[in-house]
Design a protein around this ligand. Structure first.
Ligand SMILES: NC(=O)c1ccc[n+]([C@@H]2O[C@H](COP(=O)([O-])OP(=O)(O)OC[C@H]3O[C@@H](n4cnc5c(N)ncnc54)[C@H](O)[C@@H]3O)[C@@H](O)[C@H]2O)c1
Length: 251
């Protein structure tokens, strides 16, 4: 059987850790050339070096998604090294738990700027390139908190809800240009983002998922792989929950 991303070039933002790194590993095995993009302070360069050759080529391009300049450079540098951009997983994100009334402007705006505006900046730059190519697939990482609210997540859930609806508008604009844009909504996934949770809080999160456990990063990666591949050629503007049944309701 041929590999599902053979010959494709793909960027994963926030690719040095968690869901992003799992997606890099999965898509490399399917034959894609991968850009791990992450903060310059991350260990993305070492991760890329370790993975290079395990399938397609893997390189690191530093980029803070809160900088338009760095985002535009990310796309240009990918084109310089790989010739094109077939898929982008817009995954970089940060968490934050604060009651709405206690939020300082700077903390609230920082979460919006990375989790929502960052997705826009990367999508805008990628779409400009993909329109020239006449093809491409963008997958935006939202969250179960793009569909449901949760106390303490005013900034995060506002950003993720924004990502879901931004995706729909981008999909409408991009469809006539041969480009697909979709979002995914992971439930709670066992990644470094959750590493500092006390055990009772962790169990509380497990209980939210009818499947009875937290998700694994490779389970999200599989959904991204599908969206990036030509198997999803008639899928655009969709929001795919990967949430162990969390949003289905209470049992
Ligand atoms: N873990 C979960 O339970 C969960 C659930 C739903 C959605 N998500 C979303 O999945 C995505 C990945 O989360 P994760 O759990 O793998 O977290 P993670 O902390 O393991 O990885 C996030 C990565 O993003 C990078 N990053 C942070 N700020 C950045 C910036 N300004 N520019 C570029 N990169 C930046 C970090 O360096 C890190 O490598 C996030 O968008 C998160 O909101 C996670």
């Amino acid at each position: 059987m041929s590999k599902r991303l053979e010959g494709k070039s793909m960027i994963v933002t926030g690719g040095a850790s968690g869901i992003g790194l799992a997606t890099v590993e999965r898509c490399l095995k399917e034959g894609a050339n991968l850009v791990i993009s992450d903060l310059a302070s991350s260990d993305g360069a070492a991760k890329a070096q370790a993975l290079n050759g395990q399938g397609g080529r893997c390189i690191f391009i530093p980029c803070d998604v809160s900088s338009t300049e760095q985002v535009d450079h990310l796309i240009a540098e990918t084109v310089r090294q790989f010739g094109k951009v077939d898929a982008v997983f817009n995954n970089a994100g940060i968490g934050g738990i604060t009651p709405a009334v206690d939020y300082a402007d700077a903390d609230y705006l920082r979460i919006i700027d990375i989790n929502l505006n960052g997705v826009f900046r990367v999508a805008r730059a990628a779409l400009r390139q993909m329109y020239m190519q006449g093809s491409g697939s963008i997958i935006n990482c939202a969250s179960i908190l793009g569909t449901l609210g949760q106390t303490g997540t005013a900034a995060y859930s506002a950003a993720k809800g924004g990502v879901v609806n931004l995706t729909r508008t981008l999909a409408l604009e991009a469809a006539p240009k041969g480009v697909r844009v979709n979002s995914i909504g992971p439930g709670y996934i066992d990644t470094p983002l959750l590493k500092d949770l006390p055990p009772e809080m962790r169990q509380g999160l497990v209980n939210l998922h009818p499947i009875g456990r937290l998700g694994r990063d490779e389970e999200v990666a599989n959904a991204v792989l599908f969206m990036a591949s030509d198997e999803a050629s008639f899928v655009t503007g969709a929001h795919l929950l990967v949430d162990g049944g969390y949003a289905a309701g209470k049992s």
